[in-house]
Design a protein around this ligand. Structure first.
Ligand code: GRF
Length: 179
């Protein structure tokens, strides 16, 4: 069985979508650098192995544990090259990268009044929201939509897209996976 680790610092809605999509046919571990993060509570509720691991201890963790893929889902720190060397990492970001990197990307795009927004899944480097793009989903911003409605639409796209991309990487291999 393939084994993945999902790393998050906050809410964990993408993590939950991933767990529900794989429905027990992939070994999933959840780690958070924030001991109070809701992602850890979700993991407990879903019966998924979960660990609070300080960011500086990630290197040790990845030295000791092998995963087919490391999945960032709202992990709010930059991963060092030493850790990136130990596993294949991907990330999801709620914008059409390279536009609107960093925090509050949906709000940044909404406030900028763009008519297209989207979601990007990319390989991870030690540059913020950098790394080659694996998948982008473009979404039209409806006239008059509120920020909250747009945010919900984007999160729904994330929840549908991320598990599918993870599945194809697990099937085809990280390096082979080009969209
Ligand atoms: C998502 O919007 C993701 O794209 C970004 O952080 C958010 C995490 O949300 N990197 P959640 O913790 O999965 O609910």
């Amino acid at each position: 069985m393939k084994k993945i680790v999902v790393l998050g610092s906050g809410n964990g809605s993408n993590f939950e979508a991933i767990v529900k999509y794989f429905n027990g046919n992939t070994d999933i571990v959840c780690i958070s650098n924030n001991k109070d993060a809701f992602i850890l509570a979700r993991a407990k509720e879903l019966g998924i192995k979960n660990f609070y691991i300080q960011h500086n201890d990630l290197h040790d963790f990845f030295k000791k544990n092998h995963f087919d893929l490391a999945v960032l889902a709202g992990y709010m720190r930059i991963i060092s090259p030493e850790v990136l060397n130990l596993c294949d990492f991907i990330n999801i970001h709620p914008s059409l990268l390279p536009d609107f990197k960093g925090k509050n990307a949906i709000k940044q795009a909404y406030d900028a009044g763009v008519n297209q927004i989207g979601v990007t899944i990319h390989r991870v480097t030690n540059l913020l929201d950098g790394g080659s793009i694996l998948k982008q989903v473009v979404h039209k911003v409806k006239t008059g939509i509120s920020y909250e409605e747009l945010e919900e639409e984007i999160h729904n796209i994330e929840h549908q897209t991320y598990p599918q991309v993870i599945e194809s990487i697990l099937q085809e291999g990280f390096e082979q996976c080009e969209y």
